[in-house]
Design a protein around this ligand. Structure first.
Ligand SMILES: *Cc1c(COP(=O)(O)O)cnc(C)c1O
Length: 471
């Protein structure tokens, strides 16, 4: 390929008149080419390498791609209204020099004429992230799209793209069924495109495997659907949320969506880290209808907040979703994902997944012993990331104080659900929680990337917070 030619023997002939013997040049050209081999390999394979790349390698790839953008062409005369001009070079550092962004009016993945490099970078990133997701759990996906928005807005974009793809008029079919998830951003995303949410409420109970947790019952889905039959266009299901909410029965929902010809989007905000969740999605795709799956780049792939990856078992759906995007976009969330992926490699990501499993177990053990010492119990649900411990011995005032103490002890991330104040977060109703004799509770996460020391320390500080209640 042309790229290889740039560094071939002819290039080395240019050194011929500087006094270094030919045989030495020929020998050193081999070592020199090895420095480019990883780039030609990744362009040939378009799959995330097994081994991590170090920073110089990553920068070398980005620099190479940068040279292909028109704002880097020293001979170009730039007379447009948008020429990738920046006020200070520091802004170039902040976007890895992809000043032209990605996309063209009305299509997020259309090659941008002024930014061949950024367009290549974007397409490569989409292929690499797809290769990772298919290799760690969902092999039956065919397309991935990295978007410069969080999960909630990406649910909106995916829904809009699917509505366009299948020619469904949201004004005639405004109802979007969603299994209950007590998080504002998916709600706002759905409302953003004019959807009306019909929530399928969660229930505390046991499923047919006698597992405890907050579930959404397929019969309730059926019932809500029947009551609005003619105005429903889509279902949004959920695979990842705080315990005691457990992942939806995605296979059942996918079958339901297929049977009733409904668009089905899965909110998989941080599900990629869990093989269990990925397996649920893989089976749902095989058994029924799944149009798009949304994952957050920061929660799944350890980037700064700002992006999401939309995947689909059908490549043409990804195309429709990218066409639903209005305009150009920042390249930063895309390049941040690329850098994160290359810095880990497939092996690094798998290692983090294994550590996550161990850390989830550690959290479970430590929370259990803490629960025992305070006459509380763990809500033994099948949640692959978080653990919930009851706060049944505390009154409302004490629960609020406990949360405050933890905050002051610099513990971030635990979620306290104080049922006496609000049931938001439970994904079910207060009555349901009371009926099931579940009181208030506290949730902690062992999410991908957590340091096990932080798990032990959070438990120690939670124990301290309990003792401060008695003071
Ligand atoms: C994080 C999260 C979201 C929202 O994420 P944004 O990126 O802030 O929109 C939505 N749903 C679930 C289940 C989440 O965990």
């Amino acid at each position: 390929m042309a790229l290889k030619k740039m560094w071939d023997k002819n290039f080395f002939k240019k050194f011929a008149h500087l006094g270094v013997p030919d045989h030495m040049l020929s020998r050193s050209s081999i070592g020199f080419q090895a420095h480019w081999k990883f780039i030609t390999n990744i362009l040939d394979q378009r799959s995330l390498p097994e081994d991590p790349w170090d920073e110089p390698k990553i920068k070398q790839l980005l620099t190479l791609l940068n040279y292909l953008d028109s704002d880097k062409d020293p001979g170009s005369i730039r007379i447009g209204e948008r020429e990738g001009r920046i006020a200070t070079p520091y802004l170039g550092d902040l976007c890895a020099n992809f000043c032209h962004g990605v996309g063209r009016s009305g299509n997020l993945t259309a090659a941008q004429p002024k930014a061949a490099g950024a367009s290549l970078m974007q397409n490569l990133t989409n292929k690499l992230v797809l290769s990772l997701i298919t290799s760690v759990g969902i092999p039956n996906l065919k397309g991935a799209l990295t978007v410069p928005m969080g999960t909630g807005m990406s649910i909106a974009l995916a829904l809009r793209g699917c509505l366009n793809h299948f020619g469904v008029d949201i004004h005639r079919h405004p109802d979007i069924l969603m299994t209950q998830v007590d998080h504002n951003s998916p709600h706002k995303g759905i409302e953003f495109i004019g959807g009306q949410i019909q929530t399928i409420p969660g229930k505390f109970g046991r499923n047919h495997y006698a597992e405890e947790g907050v579930f959404v019952d397929i019969e309730d889905l059926q019932q809500v659907y029947e009551s609005r039959r003619n105005s429903v266009s889509a279902i949004v299901s959920n695979s990842a949320f705080f315990a005691p909410r457990v992942p939806d029965n995605l296979k059942q929902i996918a079958k339901f969506a297929q049977e009733h010809n409904l668009i089905h989007i899965i909110n998989n905000a941080y599900g990629i880290q869990s093989k269990k969740i990925s397996t649920l999605i893989r089976k749902a795709i095989d058994a029924g209808r799944v149009d798009a799956i949304i994952q957050s780049t920061d929660k799944c792939f350890m980037t700064p907040v700002g992006g999401a990856v939309i995947t689909s078992p059908r490549e043409e759906i990804i195309t429709s979703i990218s066409q639903a995007y209005a305009g150009r976009a920042s390249a930063s969330p895309v390049v941040q994902l690329l850098v994160s992926l290359l810095s880990m490699g497939k092996s690094g990501y798998r290692k983090r997944m294994e550590e996550q499993l161990k850390n989830r177990l550690l959290l479970d053990q430590q929370m259990l012993s803490l629960a025992n010492s305070h006459h509380e119990r763990l809500i033994t649900c099948n949640n692959p990331v978080s653990c919930a411990m009851t706060l049944s011995q505390l009154n409302s005032d004490q629960i609020t104080k406990l949360g405050g103490f933890l905050y002051n002890m610099r513990v971030t991330g635990p979620r306290v659900v104080n049922i006496h104040q609000s049931e938001f977060g439970t994904c079910t109703t207060k009555d349901q929680m009371m009926d099931a004799a579940i009181d208030s509770y506290i949730v902690m996460n062992a999410a991908i990337g957590v340091d096990p020391i932080h798990i032990s320390e959070a438990i120690i500080r939670l124990d301290k917070a309990f003792s401060q209640l008695d003071e």
